[in-house]
Design a protein around this ligand. Structure first.
Ligand SMILES: O=C(O)CCC(=O)C(=O)O
Ligand SMILES: [Fe+2]
Length: 343
């Protein structure tokens, strides 16, 4: 176990038929079959045919590099600790924890905003840096074009489950989707100032805890993101120009009653330049019940009579438990329930 399989690679799915109103039923069936196999066998795959302009993708990465290159004090001005709900904005190198260890990354977290922002969990106003000046407008444009791709992929998953009710159930939970987007900057692992213990891993093993993750990352940097296959081997999920690396999160396990399950992954950035990645987290509506969709529920799962929490409560649990680790504080004293957008 845990050896590298350089030859193995993840499947590629063309989502275009689910975005094109003129597509034929057989084109859509081909896509939903491919999505079904990719979700069932890997939980991780490449998505092409998404229609997001390459210039916009590259501009997002460029803005990420530009933001992280700003002076520390300027980045700290938009610290998450200054945000109303304490989850939106910048987190320093070492403030992000996965499985009780400090990750070697800094981040900038953005979430969908709701009207009348408040200090209630998940209800705050988004912080935006003043530089780069186009970051906010570009992110909002990017998200607006990516949300329909998330919806399309969820529809394809519903169809892929092979039940009419499955498709209908998925349709209902994606009418008012929640989303998050994170800019991540990985310095080389040789960077000083990070506790010796954690050296060697940029972002610890985890599954994402939500719906679907669409990852955009610097194209030229290879062998950073690693995915654990069902056999326990680690394979690289290197960028393919123009494609997204997509994975399903823990909520899909629940919704599909484990027909599809989230896959463990980690980042070991071995290079000597900084790597920027931008995961976009597509989530069902916050009113969605966290329980198997009717169409996927088996008798066994129906017997689990725990009252279901809704997606808002689930997200709050994931985002706030153990969140407030102060820089320099012992990691062991923190609740090991992944902070930031991790499961
Ligand atoms: O940067 C990457 O390649 C993956 C990041 C990731 O797994 C996450 O933010 O959940
Ligand atoms: Fe992840």
């Amino acid at each position: 176990m845990a050896h590298h399989h350089q030859g193995a690679s993840l499947p590629i799915v063309n989502i275009a038929p689910y975005l094109d109103p003129e597509s034929t039923a057989s084109d859509r069936a081909e896509t939903s079959d491919a999505v079904h196999r990719a979700c069932r066998d890997f939980g991780f795959f490449y998505v092409v045919g998404h229609g997001i302009p390459e210039e916009l993708r590259q501009e997002m990465l460029r803005l990420g590099h530009e933001f992280f290159a700003l002076p520390q004090a300027e980045k700290d001005d938009v610290s998450i600790f200054h945000s109303m709900d304490r989850i939106r904005g910048y987190a320093r190198l070492g403030e992000n924890i996965t499985s009780g260890k400090r990750d070697v990354l800094e981040g900038f977290d953005i979430y969908r905003e709701y009207p009348q922002p408040s200090s209630e969990m998940l209800r705050g106003a988004q912080l935006w840096p003043s530089r780069p000046s186009t970051l906010k407008s570009t992110v909002l444009e990017y998200v607006e074009s990516l949300v329909p791709v998330g919806q399309a992929l969820m529809r394809a998953m519903g169809d892929g489950l092979g039940m009419e009710e499955g498709a209908k159930a998925f349709e209902e939970i994606i009418t008012d989707p929640f989303w998050g987007l994170k800019f991540v900057n990985y310095p080389p692992l040789s960077t000083p100032d990070i506790d010796e213990r954690e050296k060697g891993i940029s972002c610890g093993e985890h599954t994402d805890y939500g719906g679907l993750t669409f990852l955009l990352a610097d194209d030229h940097i290879k062998s950073a993101l690693e995915v654990q296959t069902k056999d326990g081997d680690w394979i690289n999920a290197d960028p393919i120009p123009g494609a997204y690396v997509v994975n399903i999160g823990d909520m899909v396990n629940v919704l599909t009653n484990n027909r599809y399950t989230a896959t463990v992954h980690r980042v070991i950035h071995r290079g000597e330049e900084t790597r920027v990645s931008i995961p976009f987290f597509f989530e069902p509506s916050l009113t969605t019940k966290v329980k198997p969709l009717e169409a996927c529920a088996s008798d066994a799962s129906n017997n689990l009579s725990k009252p279901a929490v809704n997606y808002y409560e689930h997200m709050c649990h994931m985002l706030y438990d153990g969140r407030f680790v102060e820089a320099g504080k012992e990691v062991e004293t923190v609740l090991v329930n992944e902070i930031s957008l991790k499961g």
